[in-house]
Design a binder for this molecule. Structure first.
Ligand SMILES: Cc1ncc(COP(=O)(O)O)c(C=O)c1O
Length: 360
């Protein structure tokens, strides 16, 4: 049973979105929050004005990092209304992350209702330029005042909204990736499947190395043998063989279960492509690129939806993928999925949830 959300009276001012939105730099008028303690469970679900959070300096999150987050988007439809894309999938993943981090799951229906209500109230913040969206960021942090390393007995769950441009400033343009053969992102049995900040904090030094070498993202190899491809940056990865066969690493326990990946695996066969989930060694990638059998590589994630890979750095060599430009498979999948998400194309899968905007 989902309990009611108290909605505070918050004044709406005119929203003037800047020309350059960036990613996660601007935030909407309101935020959702609820609190948890062992006695009452989740309680005090409310939507208030967006405001700073005050925490005790000894709050557990600052010490053992017990924290999770997720990310999904609200898209402006051509008719002025708004679409959410598979919000239940993100809510379920939020709870999977919570379980892995020893945190209490939230009520899925309440979480989805909170996202829908918040977006409906702050609908003015949903941008409408090509490639833009309102990014929805749910978070849970451990708030109990203790330095003991154990599960906190108190938590704060909140949701904030940010109007965003495509994750990469150049939009649907090729990204360059650096294969990290020293740092790893996650190991099986670790926290790689959870969206917890430690995974991202642990990736920053490797990303700095990549950036210093002129590459935008890190391609992560598996944490045990450093042989198999796991992910690219904060995206799942796919390889196109012979212009038609899409191969993506099987979810081993160290790879995040991406909603974009899952959706594309369902959509691609309907467009005539084959899909295969299996382990793929970096040596197979190098051979495939050398022989020309691998025609495209792309990342899949909410931020960029599809990010074609143009160049790859591995062991001192720069290798071009295809002709270095976005390939036809990435282009087609990007068009189909973004068209469906934004309501420009029909949604035969029932993935979108429409939010009506008054007067649209
Ligand atoms: C590490 C990682 N892998 C993959 C993804 C892609 O997941 P999704 O398609 O649900 O955005 C994300 C983004 O959420 C991520 O952070």
């Amino acid at each position: 049973m989902s309990s009611a959300i108290h909605i505070a009276d918050v004044a709406d001012h005119e929203v003037v979105l800047p020309e350059q939105l960036g990613f996660g730099r601007h935030f909407s008028t309101r935020m959702f929050s609820q609190r948890y303690n062992a006695e009452r469970g989740w309680h005090d679900a409310r939507i208030d004005a967006y405001a700073p959070i005050t925490l005790d300096p000894a709050a557990t999150v600052y010490h053992n990092g017990q924290m999770i987050f997720d990310g999904t988007k609200a898209y402006r439809r051509p008719d002025g209304h708004i679409n959410l894309f598979r919000p239940e999938c993100n809510a379920e993943r939020f709870n999977e992350s919570a379980r892995r981090m020893g945190m209490p799951p939230v009520d899925i229906a309440l979480h989805v209702q909170a996202m829908q209500t918040l977006v409906a109230l702050d609908h003015r913040w949903v941008p409408n330029r090509e490639g833009t969206a309102l990014y929805i960021r749910p978070v849970m942090i451990a708030t109990e005042k203790t330095l003991e390393v154990r599960a906190s007995r108190e938590y704060l769950h909140y949701i904030i909204l940010s109007p965003v441009a495509p994750y990469f400033a150049a939009g649907f343009a090729p990204v360059s990736v650096y294969v990290s053969d020293d740092y790893v992102r996650a190991v099986r049995g670790g926290t790689g499947e959870a969206k917890t900040p430690g995974n991202y904090a642990g990736s920053i030094a490797a990303t700095e190395v990549a950036l210093a070498k002129g590459y935008q993202q890190v391609l992560w190899l598996d944490g045990v043998e450093r042989r198999y491809v796991d992910e690219v940056g904060a995206m799942n990865i796919a390889f196109v063989f012979d212009g038609r066969d899409i191969v993506t690493p099987v979810l081993t326990g160290a790879i995040l279960h991406g909603v974009t990946r899952r959706s594309l695996l369902q959509l691609a066969p309907d467009l005539g492509y084959t899909v295969d989930e299996r382990r793929i060694a970096i040596s197979e990638v190098l051979e495939g690129l050398a022989s020309g059998r691998i025609t495209e590589i792309f990342g899949m994630g909410t931020g960029a939806v599809i990010a074609p890979v143009g160049h790859m750095y591995f062991e001192g060599r720069d290798i071009q993928v295809g002709d270095g430009e976005p390939g036809p498979v990435a282009r087609r999948l990007h068009g189909e999925l973004t068209g469906l998400q934004t309501g420009k194309r029909p949604d035969p899968y029932g993935w979108t949830r429409k939010i009506d905007v008054p007067g649209a």
